[in-house]
Design a protein around this ligand. Sequence first.
Ligand code: NAD
Length: 560
Amino acid sequence: MSQARVVRAPRGPERSAQSWGAEGALRMLHNNLDPEVAERPEDLVVYGGNGRAARDWRSFDAIVESLRSMGPEDTLLVQSGKPVGVLRTHDMAPRVLIANANIVPKWATPEHFRELEDLGLTMYGQMTAGSWIYIGTQGILQGTYATFAEVGKQHFDGTLAGRWVLTAGLGGMGGAQPLAVTGNGGAALCIEVDPWRARRRLEHGYLDEIADSLDDGLDRVTRAAAEGRALSVAVVGNAADVFPELVRRGVTPDVVTDQTSAHDALNGYVPGAMTLDEALELRRAKPKEYVDRSMASMAVHCQAMLDLQRFGSVVFDYGNGLRGQARDAGVADAFGYPGFVLAYVRPLFSRGSGPFRWACLSGDPADLAATDEAVLSAFPDDDGLQRWVRFAREHVKGQGLPARICWLGYGQRQVAGLAFDDLVARGILRAPVAIGRDHLDAGSVASPERETEGMRDGSDAIADWPLLNALVNTASGASWVSIHHGGGVGIGKSIHAGQVVVAEGTASSRRRVELVLTNDPATGVIRHADAGYDIALDTARDVGVTMPLEPGTHPPAWQA
Ligand code: NAD
């Protein structure tokens, strides 16, 4: 039963927990559920369909109480959103260890997961929902901005100016798309079934306009593209109805993608050919029929994307699992268009480049300004980074604690982290800074239909890598470390890990920040070098990452 309850992160330089590691976790857990940040905070849902921060409010209260009362050398264990124990460890150990939604592979189906959830035994943690480092839509904005920049680079002379993008889903993550497209100079037509979500993006400054109808939206967007104007327009409608309608009309967008919550056929995706209210009623009353309708709609939706690709649109999957669902629903060539990681992100991962986000635990915007400046002055020659941080400062409306994200490579992340730690030590910041990342990173995820799609050596489904990543971050002294299952693409389809390290401005935190922010991306370089990517092999050699065997060679089992 939902309970109307509002929580917000405590702010200021005083902590109520006995260490800044525990206080950081406490503030970020609250921040994940701040109504400014979370999509459905009353149900503890942060983003991504049903991604929760804690199992229920009782568990939330017990986590908070444990974080406050535990000693500075204790570690709290969280099992799928429920606190289950506090153990004595040591100063360098994480203050919280989290495992969310993990199920033995044979039983790892959405149906079985829901049964276990109904029994109160587990919780879906998505990626940063259950690992307490969600920072609102900005979190995904930078990655989305970088992806569309790469689309412009690979297909359209380096920019999206004069082009228009068709997409769907304006939720917690998908809501970043319109601003990411306009940031790259393009026009975006965004199909969203829930008018409230579209209005929320408008209010938060991520979306420019909401059209009255599909005709109106098409008209506004194609005119903007023809005039080379950046503009984003939402049309309230269902992608499973609108995408095929565009096919029927012979309309060919320059780029087509989608971020509806396709990974979850019951609690995420909304089936077409009915109103939203009818769909919500069906979801409540007849979940099995709902899932069947949802799967059939996803087949239609994906088929339309394949048709648009045939017409000449650049089409890519944006990590929501639509192709997998459509294939299961009978679309044999659902994987006929690539995922965004395979098409645009893998070269970055091979360099150990990935998401680097931070939240200023003081709540003071001046701390964010100081950290932004620190990043700008640490990497004066990185044009992409300079452009992004300036764009974000101007366009990103804050949600919850002041926070920022950028992508940094191997070697860069610890430089930025140590600069923040130094600012805390010198008293320039009013409180410590939580530095973490999404689980969508070079070494932290196995997700064969997204981050590890089409790996060069066929290692797409090998999930040892994210587990090693979590162990490495634990050994390196991250403040909290998490291992999740099912984020992004849904139950059964991914295993991934997260870390957050709090820069406290002490000798101990300096050491931990340096170790974590060096070793965490190193696992990404190693993972991609081992798979035989030249960029990763060069990076590993250049930076001196030790790999005992010649990378990229996999002896057959009989030789081992
Ligand atoms: P969300 O649940 O917050 O939002 C999904 C949105 O899609 C909602 O606004 C919903 O109303 C809308 N929607 C659902 N079905 C629709 C339909 N048929 N037509 C039009 N609109 C529809 O989820 P989110 O956090 O925005 O994530 C979206 C998807 O992207 C998820 O599957 C998520 O796993 C995936 N994702 C991708 C990345 C990435 O890096 N690409 C990162 C995180 C999440």
